[in-house]
Ligand binder design. Structure first.
Ligand SMILES: Nc1ncnc2c1ncn2[C@@H]1O[C@H](COP(=O)(O)OP(=O)(O)OP(=O)(O)O)[C@@H](O)[C@H]1O
Ligand SMILES: [Mg+2]
Length: 241
């Protein structure tokens, strides 16, 4: 992959869960190294669907996806890129499946071929980085919603991915924990796309904000204008206050 080559390139992507209601329509997208992109769009507009298509968890009805310059043509292609691309699921219960936190966080590194000792070292380092040092023996399913979200982030970061796809990383987190996530992201030298409805967070952590409208992505300058004025998003829709 050359520096000028996109990490992710989506070309003419269309997707529908059922025939009558297409969610994405002929969508194009390019994502480059060091890009920090925010995606703000209404509930149900297809943001999570877009992430799942990027990860190969859903198959587009039309169009093509390339990762690191390689066309994704089969499940094995996606299996390879999932080591390099960390998806934080919107729902932490989709992410966590081991009995204890340490097992969940070390699952990724172990699966990537690290030794047990190395995997545990990376996992402890990651938990420490997120202020979760005391969590390693906690029972995953007994964690609170916010704790699950943080541990989910630890499972993603422990794989040391090159790209992060974060689907509503702040949901359910208190003010202090939101601040921790914000500083973690601004400190890390990593490319990412964040889905969030929290505009202040997006302003701090991303360089460009996109929106999803009628199944396509737009770099919506008006989103920025409104961010400063009213802290909500209207895109091109006329509106009053
Ligand atoms: N498994 C599914 N089967 C059928 N329809 C689905 C499925 N998952 C999502 N949808 C529908 O697809 C549309 C887009 O859903 P998606 O989860 O991508 O939206 P979103 O933009 O992430 O919304 P939110 O902000 O609420 O998370 C919604 O109308 C949703 O009902
Ligand atoms: Mg969603």
């Amino acid at each position: 992959m050359t520096e000028s080559q996109p990490i992710i390139k989506m070309n003419g992507i269309s997707f529908a869960y059922s025939e009558n209601s297409p969610i994405l329509k002929d969508l194009d997208f390019e994502f480059f190294k060091n890009n920090k992109i925010g995606l703000i769009a209404p509930n149900g507009s297809g943001k999570t669907t877009l992430f799942h298509l990027m990860m190969g968890l859903l198959k587009p009805t039309a169009g093509s996806i390339e990762f690191f310059g390689k066309p994704m043509t089969c499940e094995q292609d996606f299996a390879d890129i999932r080591y390099r691309t960390g998806l934080l699921f919107q729902d932490a219960d989709d992410q966590l499946f081991c009995p204890t936190v340490l097992e969940d966080v070390s699952f990724g590194p172990l699966n990537m071929g690290k030794s047990r000792k190395e995997a545990i070292e990376i996992s402890r380092r990651t938990l420490d980085f997120l202020g979760l040092s005391d969590f390693e023996n906690r029972i995953t399913f007994k964690l609170s919603g916010g704790e699950k979200k943080l541990v989910s982030l630890a499972t993603v970061l422990s794989m040391e991915p090159e790209v992060l796809l974060l689907d509503e990383p702040l949901t359910g987190l208190d003010t202090k924990t939101r601040a921790t996530i914000t500083s973690v992201l601004t400190e890390m030298n990593i490319s990412y796309i964040i889905i969030s409805h929290n505009i202040e967070f997006m302003k701090t952590t991303t360089d460009q904000i996109l929106t999803l409208r009628d199944g396509k992505l737009y770099d919506d300058a008006q989103v920025h204008v409104h961010i400063h004025d009213h802290a909500h998003v209207h895109g091109n829709m006329p509106h009053k206050h």
